[in-house]
Ligand binder design. Structure first.
Ligand code: NAP
Length: 229
């Protein structure tokens, strides 16, 4: 049995941006991180730098089969996560909705909605079995408001708000699911949608110093509450 103060944290999308910053900050605070992303080089680099017991794997969350294999491997020999962070997401290139190509629209839906559900499908049963754990699904300011040229992304983040509220009603006592708006942070994604003005916002490292203790403090009393860092 792990020390009760050491938490097991699963984070999707750890190769860049907020996911990587959360993984590094969780590890720095002494917690155990299991993370995934698609870029093999970045995954290998993170594994090398942070070492065991942390575990990083090349997984595309849009593939139910890949997520299933990842969860089976981890849950076969380790604790169910105390904190499950669905962070991985894509944003469409800025464009009016009628100009977004069908494959690009599908990719945003597949990662931002189906990817989150794939991770829930394969990790949450073990958390329910143990009777504890917190699920944080990354939403956005654009999960609660809208802007031009990001309709596909807005659609997925509004979906995250809805499915997380429903999930919260299904979980047993002792658990929680929350949609989280992380704020506005200068990452690749922000540079895609904000262009040059992204550089006026704080970076992921600075954000993670505030965000990680906040995420680790969440518990059953937060179930179903839309939160903001
Ligand atoms: N930055 C902001 O201001 C902001 C504001 C509101 C909400 N958010 C939300 O915060 C989260 C993180 O955003 P970010 O700004 O850090 O984005 P980012 O810099 O673009 O990073 C996205 C991460 O997700 C991973 N990813 C993308 N598709 C994936 C897939 N199919 N399977 C596995 N991993 C995948 C990427 O890794 P690979 O490419 O290696 O797979 C990368 O590590 C997202 O949910 C985003 O919507 C961000």
């Amino acid at each position: 049995m792990a020390h009760p103060d050491v938490k097991t944290v699963v984070i999707t999308g750890v190769t860049r941006g907020l996911g990587r910053a959360m993984a590094e900050e969780c590890a720095r605070l002494g917690h155990t991180v299991f993370g995934c992303g698609r870029s093999r080089k970045a995954i290998e680099g993170l594994q090398k730098r942070l070492g065991g017991p942390h575990d990083f794997d090349e997984v595309d969350v849009a593939s139910d089969g890949q997520v299933e294999a990842w969860a089976k491997r981890l849950l076969g020999s380790r604790e169910a996560p105390d904190l499950l962070v669905n962070n991985a997401a894509l944003i469409n290139r800025n464009a009016p909705l009628w100009k977004v190509p069908a494959p690009e629209f599908s990719d945003v839906i597949d990662v931002n909605i189906k990817g989150v559900v794939n991770v829930i499908r394969h990790f949450v049963p073990a958390m329910i079995h143990r009777g504890s754990g917190v699920i944080v699904n990354f939403s956005s300011g654009w999960g609660r408001s809208t802007d031009a040229e990001v309709a596909p992304y807005c659609a997925t983040k509004w979906a995250i708000e809805g499915l997380t509220q429903s999930l919260a009603q299904e979980l047993p006592d002792g658990m929680a699911a929350v949609p989280l708006n992380p704020g506005i942070i200068n990452t690749d994604m922000l540079q895609s949608c904000f262009g040059g003005s992204a550089s006026g916002y704080p970076g992921p490292k600075e954000w993670a110093k505030r965000a990680v203790p906040f995420l680790l403090s969440l518990g059953p009393k937060h179930n179903g509450k839309p939160l903001t860092v």
